[in-house]
Design a binder for this molecule. Structure first.
Ligand SMILES: Cc1ncc(C[n+]2csc(CCOP(=O)(O)OP(=O)(O)O)c2C)c(N)n1
Ligand SMILES: [Mg+2]
Length: 376
């Protein structure tokens, strides 16, 4: 069974899986190239730590992006500072690269008093106003028309910004995808659609998600250009976003970039992928690891020393661990947030519910906060 849903792939690629250069390199400085690598490595470290926390019962839920780091970091790096990033289910690491502080990221995982969502989201659903990163929606595809509307509003108001709208292969079957694509193309909204084809929508393989020959074919119906990209090649992901962004910004309208990658882990910490896919399917993707590919390139170019990855990994893990320990001991979310912010004055029925809630807490007590002293 085909899982990639790319029947006749004319895939845009700059680095072969070996790290060898096979197309023109983008104009990036050595520091920018290294930042891409460190950005990907940070995502991998964060995901590893978050999974450990979930397995240790410290946070409730995690969906990792292991295997998808190049898709996420490369494409997001192609956006500019003033742009917006509308996340699908896995782009928290891109927000960190764009300036979401690690502490806030982890506070959101704990839903503690520092969680800027005030505990109103599931954990692992980020947002950050400072970097134009709206709150995730778990309701598949709804961010697509939202992002298109925001992009069109920017155009109407003459604001120079492009909206990167991310979603998965599964979301390309949603209502939001179709209405968003259509409106964006008709209005020439300044946005780039980023379809991250990671092979699976939970347990549905992407080959069964659509009868189209490939995902980029879907753009044709809406009159917009599309490109199939090797999603494990960080430079191709960067360059495809940069080009699509340029077009969208110039007023020529939106484009679709399809980043073909693979979800190495489960759909989330609640999933066991061994129930629906074989080792034989996963193994070749492990051999196409996006970090190893870029590391080979950087080492060959003399931009990264042999063995530097392990030092960088230690530094990143230390930063993450420090942020975890800080957030473990933070205060829990204040109960008041349950009834705040919607009405100017808390109405009577909510006051009653809230008081009842406090009475229950008084009777049974609350969960004990962590002490941040367990081994990571
Ligand atoms: C409207 C809606 N339908 C179904 C679900 C259940 N659901 C959660 S994630 C998911 C699959 C998403 O797959 P994809 O878009 O490929 O994203 P990925 O998880 O692979 O990143 C589904 C069906 C949902 N959250 N919302
Ligand atoms: Mg998917």
């Amino acid at each position: 069974m085909s899982v990639t849903a790319v029947a006749d792939p004319e895939i845009f690629r700059i680095l072969a899986p070996s790290g060898e250069v096979v197309d023109d390199l983008p104009e990036l400085s050595v520091d920018e190239l290294r930042d891409l690598y460190i950005g990907m490595l940070r995502v991998r470290c964060l995901d590893g730590r978050m999974l450990n926390l979930q397995r240790a019962g410290r946070v409730g839920f995690v969906g990792t992006a292991i295997g998808q780091e190049a898709s996420m970091i490369g494409s997001a790096a192609g956006l500019r500072e003033q742009d917006w990033l509308w996340s699908g289910l896995r782009e928290g690491g891109a927000a960190v690269m764009r300036g979401l502080p690690l502490g806030e990221y982890i506070a959101q995982m704990y839903c503690n008093a520092n969680d800027t969502a005030k505990g109103r989201q599931m954990c692992n659903h980020f947002q950050h106003k400072g970097t134009n990163y709206p709150s995730w929606s778990s309701v598949i595809g709804t961010q697509v028309p939202h992002g298109v509307g925001a992009a069109f509003a920017a155009k109407q108001r003459g604001i120079d910004e492009v909206h990167g709208i991310y979603f998965g292969d599964g979301a390309s079957s949603s209502n939001g995808f179709h209405s968003g694509m259509n409106f964006a193309a008709v209005w020439k909204a300044p946005c780039v659609f980023v379809l991250v084809n990671n092979g699976w929508a939970i347990s549905v393989p992407s080959g069964q998600q659509t009868a189209a020959a490939n995902f980029s074919a879907k753009a044709k119906a809406y009159g917009m250009p599309a490109v199939e990209v090797d999603g494990n090649d960080v430079l191709a992901c960067y360059e495809s976003m940069r080009l699509a962004r340029e077009r969208a910004q110039s007023g020529d309208g939106p484009g679709l970039i399809v980043l073909n990658t693979y979800r190495m882990g489960g759909h989330s910490s609640s999933d066991d992928p061994t129930k629906y896919r074989s080792e034989e399917e996963v193994a070749p993707w492990a051999a196409r690891d996006p970090l190893e590919r870029f590391e080979s390139f950087l080492v060959a170019q003399g931009h990264l020393a042999e063995g530097e990855t392990s030092k960088l990994t230690d530094t990143l893990n230390n930063e993450i661990d420090a942020a975890i320990h800080e957030q473990e001991v933070a205060d829990p979310m204040s109960w008041r947030t349950l009834v705040e912010d919607v009405y100017a004055e808390v109405p009577k029925h909510l006051r009653n519910q809230y008081n009842e809630f406090l009475r229950i807490e008084e009777r049974h007590g609350s969960a004990r906060p962590g002490d941040g002293a367990f081994p990571l």
